[in-house]
Design a protein around this ligand. Structure first.
Ligand code: 5GP
Length: 178
C-alpha cells in the first residue's frame, strides 16, 4: 500500500518493510559485536511506540539479555504537549547493568533528555541509546543518541509501532503525513 488513511488523515509510505528489515539487521549486528562476551545487558524500551522495533531487534540478538519497558508520553495528536510524563519502575535493577535504551523516534529530544539523567543516576555500568527514527531538524535539546536507523524530515509519521491518536501502530511500514 502506498497510501493509507489513519483517523481521517492521508499518509503515504516513507520507509518500506524491506528497508526496515535491512537497517534493523545492521543495528542488531552492531549490538551483537558490541555486547557479546559482556555481562548480559538490559534492554529498556520506551512505550508505546518502541514495541515492534524492540520485538524485531531482540529476535536478532545472539547473547543473553533481559527486557524492560517504561512508559514516557509527550505527544497529543500530531504535536508534542511539551510536558513529558514518565512512568518508570526506577528500581535498583539498573545498577551496574549495561543498559540499551530503545526509542521509536527522537523528535525534539525532550523525552530522552528527561529519561537518560534519571537512568544514569542509578549507576548503570554503561548506557547505549538507539532510535529507529531521528528527526534531526526538530531537535531542541542535546541528547545522547548513539545509533539510529533512519534520518527523516519534520513530517509526522505513523506505522511500525507509531500512532496517530492511538491508531496506525499495526501498519507494517512507516508512513508520513501527505
Ligand atoms: P521527543 O520527546 O523527542 O520530542 O519525542 C519523542 C516521542 O514523541 C516519541 O517517542 C513519539 O512517541 C513522539 N513522536 C515524535 N515525533 C513523532 C511522529 O512523527 N509520529 C509519531 N507517531 N510520534 C512522534
Amino acid at each position: 500500500m502506498t497510501e493509507v488513511t489513519v483517523n481521517g488523515k492521508v499518509f503515504q509510505v516513507l520507509i518500506s518493510r524491506k528497508e526496515l528489515e535491512e537497517k534493523i539487521e545492521a543495528l542488531a549486528n552492531l549490538i551483537n559485536s558490541k555486547y557479546s562476551g559482556e555481562e548480559p545487558p538490559l534492554l529498556v524500551g520506551i512505550l508505546n511506540g518502541s514495541f515492534i522495533f524492540m520485538a524485531d531487534l531482540v529476535r536478532r540478538l545472539h547473547f543473553p539479555c533481559t527486557i524492560q519497558f517504561i512508559r514516557i508520553e509527550s505527544y497529543t495528536g500530531m504535536s508534542t504537549s511539551g510536558v513529558v510524563k514518565m512512568e518508570a519502575d526506577v528500581s535498583p535493577r539498573w545498577v551496574g547493568r549495561h543498559v540499551i535504551v530503545i526509542e521509536d523516534i527522537v523528535d525534539t529530544g525532550h523525552t530522552l533528555s528527561r529519561f537518560i539523567p534519571v537512568l544514569k543516576s542509578h549507576q548503570p555500568a554503561s548506557v547505549f541509546v538507539c532510535a529507529l527514527l531521528f528527526k534531526k531538524e526538530a531537535l531542541e535539546v542535546s541528547v545522547q543518541l548513539d545509533e539510529y536507523c533512519f534520518l527523516i524530515g519534520r513530517k509526522f509519521v505513523v506505522g511500525y509501532g507509531l500512532d496517530y491518536d492511538g491508531y496506525g501502530r499495526n501498519l507494517p511500514e512507516i508512513y508520513q503525513l501527505k
